[in-house]
Design a binder for this molecule. Structure first.
Ligand SMILES: [Zn+2]
Length: 217
């Protein structure tokens, strides 16, 4: 699905979207649930993009539906894999995922998902024309990614049939931090919100509504 000039939501990852940007460099944002590597590579080729041209894979956070194909895609594309510093120990298995997210780790091991060989942590807030914005709360290191007027929100918010919502409490490390992150990112300018969960959304009043919802108004 095309979102903007050279920006795509990969239909092969529908349900927990990965996104592709083709600017000066080709960049993949998140990698979807495990077991989709072939479909993802086929879809990228169908866009007349050589997967080997992907220079960076940017992970928004450590959850299983974000890192599901990261190791395989890192290998297939030889892209540099990036993740938030605080989330890397969970991705590498050095820290166990908390609460219900243990199931995510179990899922990854049942699917025999390999761990990435090398992950770099976001050391500054820019990669190419893309801004990496720390938005902790859903996970300790969660980041959102801003490209032109498109916000790749990870699990900062989800689109539930046109209504922007925070993920259920049980999925979040710290709900107050999410609200603070939403307030902070409201200072940036964007027209599209591309979440992991739910469809990309061209904003009308939805963000304003979200802000008033989190304030309990
Ligand atoms: Zn998540």
């Amino acid at each position: 699905m095309k979102i903007g000039e050279n920006v795509y939501a990969l239909d092969s990852t529908k349900g927990s979207y990965a996104y592709l940007i083709k600017d000066k460099e080709t960049i993949l944002i998140d990698t979807g649930r495990p077991g989709k590597v072939k479909n993802i590579l086929n879809e990228i080729e169908s866009l007349y993009i050589n997967p080997k041209d992907i220079k960076h894979i940017l992970l928004t956070h450590h959850d299983a539906d974000r890192v599901g194909n990261a190791a395989s895609l890192e290998k297939e594309t030889r892209a540099i894999l990036w993740a938030p510093k605080k989330d890397i120990p969970y991705i590498l298995g050095d820290k166990s995922r908390p609460g219900v997210k243990k199931l995510g780790s179990l899922y990854l091991s049942l699917m025999r998902v390999k761990k990435p060989e090398k992950i770099r942590s976001y050391d500054n807030n820019k990669i190419d024309n893309i801004e990496i914005i720390p938005t902790p709360g859903h996970t300790p290191g969660h980041v959102s990614i801003l490209y032109k007027d498109i916000l790749f929100a990870g699990d900062l918010v989800r689109n539930s049939n046109g209504v922007l919502k925070i993920a259920p409490s049980i999925m979040n490390a710290d709900e107050e931090s999410i609200k603070e992150s939403i307030r902070k990112i409201s200072e940036y300018s964007f027209r599209w919100v591309c979440p992991d969960n739910g469809e990309p959304l061209e904003l009308k009043e939805e963000w304003k509504q979200l802000l008033s919802d989190i304030e309990g108004k």
